[in-house]
Design a protein around this ligand. Structure first.
Ligand code: NAD
Ligand code: MG
Length: 361
């Protein structure tokens, strides 16, 4: 069954007319959504903790943030763009008691609803717009007249208008320029967690590190191993992104292709495929979500330790040194009298870097 895609012509921007949209959180997604909504003419405000670290940045970007409670009181639509593990208490303490009846709560990821961390009032619309990319790209592509593909989902439709309002929101942040697919909270949550764990973040970095370690342990120069196992990955992924496996096959050598076809399946072998299934099962059963909630309740001892180990991996030292000489990776110098434009491919938090004057990128 082919998924149904929605494009610019399918959206009804008027569905957000006379609606006050309040974005809670001004991090990776929050900043991008808020700026894009504002530039699309939506009536949008921010709810931030006055002592939070993004209040100052928001003010520099021209916002007048309010504390989350006052912001939620004046809202028709509240966007939950604080970290997933902060959302349950924010919903309970701030959103549920203050959002008007018939209001809408919009998420960018379904974890808290799908795994029952938030049990919303049936009088509210509960929906999702999940961009398939980091906030910095949601902003940058919007400014460039493009967009990031989005998933949308409707969990509760108390108003009878939830779908058109949610599609209008996806449209306003640029999603319909790249294609919007309707999904469910279940499908978005489970596939998103699986993708980031098995392929995108977990799988990819672990494969990079294991490849690099294998070469270095065998006596090859760490810099050569870096280019081979990390740097070139982007070039290959770009080809696959642009034209699938076929385009990559057009551009690599016959020898590379033969090696790919015969050795690739030995790397991702039956054992790895079994592990992928186990990881998916841990997600679907709720085991992963439970573990992550408990880890947060315990102040993240495992997370902190593993993150530190990742950041201290020797490939990071080699990479830092090599990348410092790649002029194209350096942020462009600030023009005289004006700030630099932020925009670094794949930099999830690049949006926090600077503040251009007119169009905020
Ligand atoms: P983030 O960590 O980048 O930013 C969180 C923001 O919330 C910050 O401004 C922080 O100061 C603020 N905040 C934290 N606790 C708060 C509280 N109790 N009250 C008010 N503000 C608070 O978060 P993010 O990565 O943008 O994630 C937001 C949501 O978007 C999550 O549901 C996440 O799963 C989803 N999402 C993120 C990405 C991504 O690329 N980062 C992609 C798709 C979906
Ligand atoms: Mg890793």
């Amino acid at each position: 069954m082919a998924a149904k895609l929605y494009w610019e012509k399918d959206a009804k921007p008027k569905a957000l007319d006379a609606k006050r949209v309040v974005v809670l959180g001004y991090g990776s997604q929050g900043r991008a959504h808020a700026l894009n909504l504002r530039d699309s003419g939506v009536n949008v405000g921010l709810g931030l903790r006055p002592d939070g670290k993004t209040w100052a940045q928001a003010t520099e970007d021209g916002w007048k943030p309010e504390d989350p409670v006052s912001a939620a009181k004046g809202a028709d639509i509240v966007c939950m763009l604080v970290p997933d593990m902060q959302q349950a208490s924010l919903y309970k303490e701030v959103v549920a008691p203050n959002l008007k009846k018939g209001g809408m709560v919009l998420f960018a990821h379904g974890l808290n609803i799908h795994f029952g961390q938030i049990r919303p009032s049936p009088e509210l619309d509960i929906t999702m717009v999940a961009p398939k990319g980091p906030g910095s790209l949601v902003r940058r592509t919007y400014v460039e007249g493009k967009g990031v593909p989005c998933l949308i989902a409707i969990q509760q439709d108390a108003s009878g208008k939830a779908f058109e309002r949610t599609l209008a929101y996806a449209h306003a942040i640029g999603g319909t320029r790249a294609g919007v697919i309707e999904t469910s909270f279940l499908e978005e949550t489970e596939t998103d967690l699986f993708g980031e764990q098995a392929v995108l973040c977990g799988g990819a970095t672990e494969l990079i590190a294991a490849g690099w370690e294998t070469l270095v342990a065998a006596g090859y120069q760490p810099e050569v191993a870096y280019f081979e196992c990390l740097h070139e990955l982007k070039l290959i992924v770009d080809l696959i992104y642009e034209g699938g496996f076929a385009k990559m096959h057009q551009f690599v050598s016959e020898t590379a292709k033969y090696g790919d076809l015969t050795r690739g399946p030995r790397v991702v072998d039956a054992h790895v495929r079994e592990t992928l299934k186990t990881i998916l099962e841990e997600i679907r059963s709720g085991q992963f979500a439970r573990e992550w909630v408990l880890e947060n309740q315990a102040n993240r001892p495992v997370y902190s330790k593993l993150l530190e180990r990742d950041l201290n991996h020797p490939i990071e030292k080699v990479g830092k040194e090599l990348r410092s000489r790649m002029s194209w990776l350096q942020p462009p110098a600030a023009p005289k009298g004006g700030p630099a434009l932020e925009s670094r491919a794949g930099n999830g938090s690049g949006a926090k870097a600077s503040k251009p004057k007119k169009v905020k990128a």
